[in-house]
Ligand binder design. Structure first.
Ligand code: BEZ
Length: 241
């Protein structure tokens, strides 16, 4: 393997990571967990869609896809549309973005609704110049030079990014996993709990590693099962269900 693209000057070495020269042009702000999602404006349904105004106070599932009239994207939009009640129950608004025009999107939505018997009642934003997609890091030129990757953001009611996921063009997302992460975030926010790998609603949660066991016992009482100093299981509160 030719590693010459990883060539560097000595003063460029930072904590032992060599950034390939070709990547230097991409060193810029990237959306990260905990960041406030940037406000953006796009034309939509004859008016101006203002992201912060639309999103603030709600949980948001914001996702990009490569293109209208393609098979995997069709299944993804239909899947989100079919889960409308599940989203509403969790207080989540869905929002989609691609580089397609409004006209192409409108005809495609009609196709999806007819094919799958669903109502696509969330906005599909059109970003033909790719300006928003670029700032939100949805364009990955080594995956595709003109189409968005399958990027997913979960954004909380204070507009902070709580989850970021990227899927390749050839593989569709599993929307049940998105719902699982939303459930886990909502079950653990501000209460000293964390969700274990593979957690599903109804499973025990764990006490946050920053909380001492004595404090956890005071907070959670008899629902707490202590396996060792860092594995403290909290059984679900059946009374609250
Ligand atoms: C699709 O959604 O089927 C798709 C779109 C672009 C590239 C590959 C697949």
């Amino acid at each position: 393997m030719d590693l010459s693209i990883f060539g560097h000057r000595d003063d460029e070495i930072l904590a032992g990571i060599d950034v390939p020269r070709g990547y230097e042009a991409h060193l810029r702000w990237l959306p990260r967990l905990g960041d406030i999602f940037p406000n953006f404006h796009l034309e939509h349904e004859g008016g101006l869609f203002r992201f912060h105004e639309w999103a603030e106070g709600n949980w948001v599932y914001f996702f990009s896809h490569p293109a209208a009239n393609t098979p995997v994207c069709t299944t993804e939009i239909a899947d989100v549309a079919a889960h409308g009640e599940e989203l509403a129950r969790r207080g989540v608004k869905a929002l989609n973005l691609s580089l397609d025009t409004h006209e192409v999107q409108a005809a495609w939505i009609a196709d999806i609704e007819q094919m799958f018997g669903v109502k696509v009642d969330f906005p599909l934003l059109s970003d033909p110049t790719g300006k928003v997609a670029s700032v939100c890091d949805m364009l990955h030129p080594h995956e595709d030079t003109v189409l968005c990757v399958r990027k997913s953001f979960i954004i909380d009611p204070s507009l902070r990014i709580r989850m970021i996921a990227e899927y390749p063009l050839n593989v569709g997302r599993d929307f049940e996993e998105i719902l699982r992460v939303i459930d886990a975030l909502q079950a653990t926010d501000h209460n000293g709990l964390v969700a274990p790998g593979g957690w599903m609603p109804g499973d025990p949660l764990l006490v946050h590693p920053y909380i001492y066991t004595e404090e956890a016992k005071e907070r959670f009482g008899s629902r707490l099962r202590v396996l060792n100093r860092y594995m403290r299981l909290l059984s679900p509160n059946v009374d609250a269900a």
